[in-house]
Design a protein. Structure first.
Length: 106
């Protein structure tokens, strides 16, 4: 192999490594985030991009424009937000019955 071939192969390896280290995980995270947003339901507890914990009270799906959520922040405080303001859904701890019939957190 001559110098040009080695240089070309090195550049290809660097591009593939860059893709695998940076772009591919970001795409997987984005797909996971989109799936989480699609699965939101009334009553789900979520965390917003501002760091607020809220419960979804209503979901409005207009014919045009983005989906809007009515979030209950507690004590009767409600705000309207876009789905893009949701970072993640807060999942409840599932309970599992132990051997003695006692309930334990999973």
């Amino acid at each position: 192999m001559n110098f040009a071939e080695i240089t070309f192969i090195s550049v290809i390896v660097i591009v593939v490594a860059f893709y695998l280290i940076t772009i591919w995980p970001a795409q997987r995270e984005q797909k996971r985030q989109q799936q989480t947003i699609r699965d939101l339901q009334v009553g789900d507890e979520v965390v917003t991009t501002s760091g607020f914990f809220a419960r979804i009270k209503e979901i409005h799906t207009p014919e045009e424009g983005p989906v809007q959520l009515i979030l209950d922040l507690g004590h009767g405080l409600e705000v309207r937000a876009l789905t893009s303001a949701i970072i993640r859904r807060v999942t409840e701890e599932k309970t599992v019955e132990g051997p003695e019939g006692q309930t334990k957190g999973a």
